[in-house]
Design a binder for this molecule. Structure first.
Ligand SMILES: [Zn+2]
Ligand SMILES: [Zn+2]
Ligand SMILES: [Zn+2]
Length: 334
């Protein structure tokens, strides 16, 4: 099934193949230099950790004394494993300039679930205003608004561009064959498991690193917010995927199916971004499947972040035992 007819079968780097490598790599790498236009992005690049809890004590919003006491108790619980002050600071770090807002967010969450910015604004107006400089809370409510909002995101446009370019590159290599379908199918299946693995093992990792911190900030926000991964994260990610795919394609002299795999991978990335984006909006009406996907992700955010880790295909959690019944108490996995 892997035989090729008209195309050259040698493993040598022909000028055409070299051009392909440069083409795909340049597109992917070049997009890494999209200027940082949002405050979120620029502040990520000079990430600062707040080592002091003093600012937390200055938070002036109306939170009951009971909740504050519970907050201290839980804080102590969280750092039981590590008495090291630096690790403790990492566990409690906030985006630069938003320490007071995030401290208030954490306290609010101890008393009730936080879905809407307006809940937080009512309790902590000053902190809520600061938060709006960091995150876009104008979530779409209709399908049309959702499409407009999603398509206006840099990351969406980037994924669309690389998907089209990779597809065109594949078309240039000749007609589609069985190997292309196999490569695409395997890639799509692998993607679904990759989502779960990255979310469970890296974004909720037992050790502290940049990705985990950024993901915790996402969890600490009011549930409904405009949320698409930054292009500064998506572009290097796809650059690595493209480099691997093209290298493997050249090494095995089967570039075509590897480009099909890369195109599928890009498409899956787009589907994932769209799903996560939709999951964090109150858009109605939604097709039943998407509504189910959103409810699944809400459980991850609002019930227990050790479960319901899949995005596009919630069934992956059933398969991997991380979609428990919510009727009985949940056992800690981590
Ligand atoms: Zn989100
Ligand atoms: Zn989320
Ligand atoms: Zn999570």
């Amino acid at each position: 099934a892997m035989t090729r007819t008209a195309a050259p079968t040698s493993r040598t780097l022909t000028p055409f193949r070299l051009m392909m490598v440069l083409f795909v790599s340049a597109i992917h790498l070049g997009s890494c230099y999209v200027p940082a236009s949002q405050p979120y992005v620029s502040s990520l690049s000079n990430l600062q950790m707040h080592r002091s809890q003093r600012t937390a004590d200055r938070v002036s919003c109306k939170i009951s004394a009971g909740a504050a006491a519970e907050s201290t108790a839980r804080g102590a619980d969280n750092v039981l494993a590590t008495s090291d002050a630096w690790t403790q600071a990492l566990e409690r770090s906030s985006p630069p300039g938003l320490h007071e807002a995030y401290t208030a967010l954490r306290r609010y969450r101890l008393s009730k679930p936080l879905l809407y910015l307006r809940q937080f604004s009512a309790a902590c107006p000053k902190e809520a205003a600061a938060l709006c400089s960091w995150v876009d809370f104008s979530v779409p409510r209709t399908v049309r608004e959702a499409v407009n909002c999603f398509c206006s995101q840099q990351t969406t446009q980037f994924i669309g561009a690389v998907l089209v370019l990779t597809f065109i590159s594949r078309l240039a290599l000749g007609p589609f064959r069985l190997a292309d379908s196999l490569a695409a199918g395997l890639t799509a299946v692998a993607w679904c498991f990759q989502e779960w693995l990255i979310h469970d093992k890296l974004l909720h990792s037992p050790w502290n690193w940049f990705g985990r911190t950024v993901h915790r900030w996402h969890h600490e926000l009011p549930y409904y917010h405009v949320c698409v991964d930054q292009v500064q994260i998506a572009a290097p990610w796809f650059a690595v995927a493209a480099t691997l795919a093209v290298t493997a394609g050249l090494a095995t002299a089967h570039l075509a199916p590897f480009l099909s795999a890369l195109a599928t991978y890009s498409a899956c990335g787009g589907v994932y971004e769209a799903c996560h984006f939709l999951a964090h909006t109150p858009v109605r009406p939604l097709p039943r499947e998407l509504g189910r996907m959103r409810a699944h992700h809400m459980k991850h955010h609002l019930i227990n972040d050790e479960y319901w880790l899949a995005f596009t295909v919630p069934g992956i959690d059933t398969l991997l035992g991380t979609s428990p019944s919510t009727k009985s108490p949940l056992r800690s996995r981590r």
